[in-house]
Design a protein around this ligand. Structure first.
Ligand code: NAD
Length: 677
């Protein structure tokens, strides 16, 4: 029978047999709360064996008790001992070992996701969104890095929920890395079975860009949030195309990984923002980074400050140290006029610590999570229902509330409040408040193909970023559409707005042809030696990357929003066309079973080979979403696809929907139903 010596000898890429020193945990770095642990003794045995399969046998005696202790106290085996010591950060690509540019580039991206300044819980490999991990444990991290050091342009690395399955022969025009995270078989695709699988070490919650290695710090969401709040103002308060949010108040919550962008975004739109945050350390981080300007310690102080800036018509981001419910309760009781209201607590995982109940400090919330999950759940449910009732009250007084993609409305419904349902009984027909995609982002951006395109200058040099900003600006015609003008202004001011945290990266909403044009221009700049290689990518939260009925695809009304074929086609199509790195995940942003989402990374090395991949892949990645939206009869998408068919005659062709007369359909249905009575 095969033994561990044979196994070790059969591998050239593996973890060392030298025991790493146990790491010290730096003070002041946030730690993940204990995760749900619902394993039977037999399953716990499997979990332990699963973690030990990464390490040579000679280390098992030492590591087995350590891993068991982690499982019991933290709910997961992170393998802390394998974490490299000290601070991890995305360094310049030249500082990494590797046999090809792509192998080194992907290491930059992974390390950036684990930077102390970026990651939410860096020791637990969580980048953002309370539970969004790069991979499941530090053994996987080490092994992935070893593979990336060895990979050549003729190989592809398969990563399944953080586990590097191995290197397999492919070609220079195939993906270097294919990532999947948390994809579950339908009957097990629910939070309980997922928790079990995660505790056993076989499922990773990759969120979107955490496990897709494409997170670029809170900047990644600033542009989308800016677009959302500004357009919410245009939609509800008649703010003109050339005007901003001066004098308007936006109230929300969360200064975490993504939510931390809200202050910056509203300030760039020249509005006044108050953002509630229960975790003082996160408020402090955002304050130090300059992402919020002032910290208020009471609702009264926060609203008084806001009034001052609203009167001056000056933009400002105010953090409120405390629970969002306390803040909103004060506003409702004192008739404070809030124009725009949202929420960005991690409601996709409210019972795992994503939502802090009213009356608990952040520390008490962490403690209760570890000691009494049932009581924690009860308090979360009570708070969510109270939160909803205050919002309803404020909306009755004229506030515009929108769900900002954190599954808040679904969480209220799950807490037992059916009043939030459009039909008053269940979620099947949506909720009473609009999701930002239904009202704003869908019709105004996604339906045309505008989405969160981004790039990382792999040299880490600010001058490379400056050059790419300028080149991207030159690629945009600000007079084509209002969206192009907004994007042009955005990139013009991007450096001034000091958005970079971590690697030298940029977010810029673009449509299909805009992305292609910029991509080709950047690759040419690399070819000419003007800049070092660049990693292109996008958030999964995009036109074509995500099927999510309560979020990205919430403005699809042909019944197909329950399907997840678009994200899957997008992923497969990007693989076929040769994107460097492609990812497909379960749940990102809204929770397990509620979405399928994917993203890509594309290394621009200046070669003509890359030009060809860009020409094949960039437009597809976006137009798959626009065509699906067009087929769902979304007007702006139909218009975009008509233009595309004309422009791409002879190469691409999109099927367009015929639109029947409303009356014809309605009358026939009424008659048919009458005859069945
Ligand atoms: N709309 C989008 O484009 C978009 C994009 C990414 C993420 N999201 C969603 O937004 C949510 C937040 O993401 P994140 O990455 O910022 O998560 P996060 O967990 O890093 O941050 C959420 C923050 O909310 C705070 N919080 C929790 N309960 C609170 C309460 N009652 N009062 C005040 N503060 C409270 C937490 O302390 C935390 O700092 C997630 O559900 C995520 O999926 C939306």
């Amino acid at each position: 029978m095969i033994n561990n010596m044979d196994i070790s000898n059969a591998m050239t890429i593996k973890l060392d047999s030298k025991l790493p020193e146990y790491p010290e945990f730096a003070e002041g770095i946030r730690r993940a709360p204990k995760r749900e642990f619902n394993l039977s003794p037999m399953e716990a045995e499997t979990a332990l064996k699963n973690a030990l399969r990464y390490v040579p046998e000679e280390l098992h005696e030492t590591l087995a008790p350590e891993f068991m202790e982690e499982l019991v106290t933290r709910g997961r085996i992170y393998g802390y001992r394998f974490r490299p010591h000290g601070k991890i950060k995305g360094k310049s690509i030249d500082e990494y070992n590797g046999k090809c540019t792509e192998g080194k580039a992907i290491q930059v991206m992974i390390d950036n996701n684990l930077d102390f300044d970026i990651a939410l819980y860096p020791y637990e490999l969580v980048t953002y969104g309370e539970t969004g991990q790069v991979c499941q444990n530090w053994m996987q991290y080490r092994l992935i890095k070893k593979y990336l050091e060895e990979i050549t342009q003729d190989q592809t690395l398969a990563i399944m929920s953080g586990h590097p399955l191995g290197l397999f022969k492919s070609s220079p025009s195939s993906p270097r890395v294919i990532i999947t995270n948390g994809l579950m078989v339908g009957m097990y695709d629910n939070p309980d079975d997922w928790h079990k699988a995660a505790a056993m070490g076989v499922a990773n919650y990759g969120q979107m860009t955490a496990g897709g290695f494409m997170y670029i710090g809170p900047q990644g969401i600033v542009h989308g949030t800016f677009n959302t709040v500004l357009n919410a103002g245009r939609l509800k308060y008649g703010i003109g195309d050339n005007e901003d949010l001066a004098g308007y108040l936006f109230v929300t919550s969360g200064l975490g990984g993504m939510s931390g962008a809200q202050g910056k975004a509203v300030k760039i739109a020249n509005g006044v923002g108050i953002i509630a945050e229960v975790d003082e350390s996160r408020t402090q981080t955002r304050h130090e980074q300059g992402w919020v300007d002032i910290v208020a310690n009471s609702p009264k102080e926060a609203f008084a400050l806001a009034k001052k800036y609203q009167d001056k018509k000056e933009g400002v981001a105010i953090a409120f140290n405390g629970n969002v419910i306390d803040l909103l309760e004060y506003a409702a009781d004192n008739n404070v006029k809030i124009h725009l209201l949202s929420d960005q607590t991690s409601c996709h995982v409210p019972y795992d610590g994503g939502y802090c109940p009213q009356g608990l400090t952040f520390e008490e919330r962490t403690e209760l999570l570890g000691t009494n999950k049932i009581q924690f759940r009860k308090l979360v449910d009570e708070s969510l229902i109270k939160h909803f009732n205050i919002i309803k009250d404020l909306v009755d007084k004229g506030t515009y509330f929108f769900d900002y993609g954190n599954a808040f409305m679904k969480a209220v419904y799950d807490a037992g409040e059916t009043e939030i349902c459009a039909n008053g009984k269940d979620e099947s027909e949506g909720f009473i408040f609009p999701s930002y995609v239904e009202d704003i982002m869908g019709p105004m951006l996604f339906d045309y193909g505008y989405g969160p395109f981004r790039w990382v200058c792999l040299s880490g040099k600010p001058e490379d970023l400056r050059k790419t900003d300028k080149a991207a600006m030159d690629c945009i015609d600000p007079n084509r559409r209002a969206q192009d003008r907004d994007n042009w202004v955005w990139i013009r001011d991007a450096e001034k707005n000091a958005l970079v945290v971590g690697t030298q990266a940029r977010i810029l909403y673009q449509d299909a042809m805009g992305r292609l044009k910029i991509a080709l221009r950047f690759n040419e700049m690399v070819r000419n030696g003007e800049i070092s290689p660049v990693m292109l990518g996008r958030d999964h939260h995009d036109t074509g990357g995500t099927d999510s009925p309560f979020r990205e695809t919430s403005n699809i009304y042909d019944g197909s929003r329950v399907m997840s074929e678009m994200a899957t086609q997008c992923f497969a199509g990007n693989a076929a066309r040769g994107m460097t790195m492609i990812a497909l995940h379960n749940g990102g942003g809204v929770g397990i079973g509620k979405s399928i989402n994917g993203g890509f990374g594309m290394v621009l090395d200046g070669s003509l080979r890359v030009d060809e991949i860009l020409k094949r892949a960039m437009a597809w990645d976006t137009m798959v979403g626009v065509s699906r939206r067009s087929w769902a009869r979304n007007e702006n998408s139909i218009e975009t696809c008509v233009e595309y068919n004309e422009m791409k005659k002879g190469t691409d062709h999109i099927t367009l929907p015929y639109i029947p007369k409303e009356d014809l359909v309605k009358n026939l249905v009424v008659e048919a139903f009458k005859s069945m009575e």
